[in-house]
Design a protein. Structure first.
Length: 117
């Protein structure tokens, strides 16, 4: 699945998405699959303007680069599973920023820490 996203000023945009190779690993009991977790990550990024704008800027800069010099950038975003509407404690979103595309590689969620409730 791919969606088009625009930055806050509506001047730049790129595609964001995930595919069948996206993965989901959770230490907390969960009935969700990789597609659901990747969609949750896309939704979170779309609703965080500073993060979204930074990722769009990196994707556009890579798109302006020509040839092999534009190697994909790997990013890891740390958040809570609650922000993704998934069960568990901490969560990490693994991204690949390519020429004009922000791609969700996977989502990892740790078990909920009983002391932090």
């Amino acid at each position: 699945m791919q969606i088009k996203i625009r930055n806050s000023e509506n001047r730049m945009g790129c595609r964001m998405g995930y595919d069948k190779d996206s993965w989901y690993r959770s230490a907390a009991p969960s009935g969700y699959d990789a597609e659901t977790a990747a969609y949750a990550a896309c939704r979170l990024i779309r609703h965080m303007p500073r993060l979204r704008d930074r990722l769009i800027g990196e994707a556009v800069r890579l798109g302006k680069s020509s040839g092999r010099e534009a190697k994909p950038l790997r990013r890891r975003i740390h958040t809570s599973a609650k922000a993704l509407a998934l069960p568990g404690g901490e969560a990490w979103i693994y991204l690949s920023v390519r020429q004009g595309t922000v791609w969700i590689r996977g989502v990892r969620v740790s078990a909920e820490n009983p002391r932090r409730r």
